[in-house]
Design a protein around this ligand. Sequence first.
Ligand SMILES: [Zn+2]
Ligand SMILES: [Zn+2]
Length: 137
Amino acid sequence: MYTGGCLCGSVRFEIEGPIRNIVYCHCSQCRKAQGSAFATNGIVRASGFKIISGEDALTGYESTPGQTKFFCKICGSPILSKSESSPEDVRVRLGTIDSDIEERPMAHIFATSKANWEGISGDLPQHEAYEPGRNER
Ligand SMILES: [Zn+2]
Ligand SMILES: [Zn+2]
């Protein structure tokens, strides 16, 4: 089991089960939502993601119709997103997980949308849109 939370400690969560499809997303929405060059997100089963405290501090913003990003309204930490098209899953922002995780990132996505000041290095595959096999949006 993995545990994590937001910067101020109000929101705490637990994750059961594997984290799938960990990707670095360089799209313009993720860059804004994280305030950084990319977001590092992974998919977990909604049934395995539990908010254990601070649910009332979590608020959402529907950044794309049907897709809502949830963040702590006190400290602003981005925690997860949910998509109406895949209600059985949630997408967790990996930087909020406190545990060492076993899984590793598999790809860079929306690599051609990256900020012009960012250089992507390493051997992971770079995709123009989502990683193959994901049917989101
Ligand atoms: Zn917080
Ligand atoms: Zn993105």
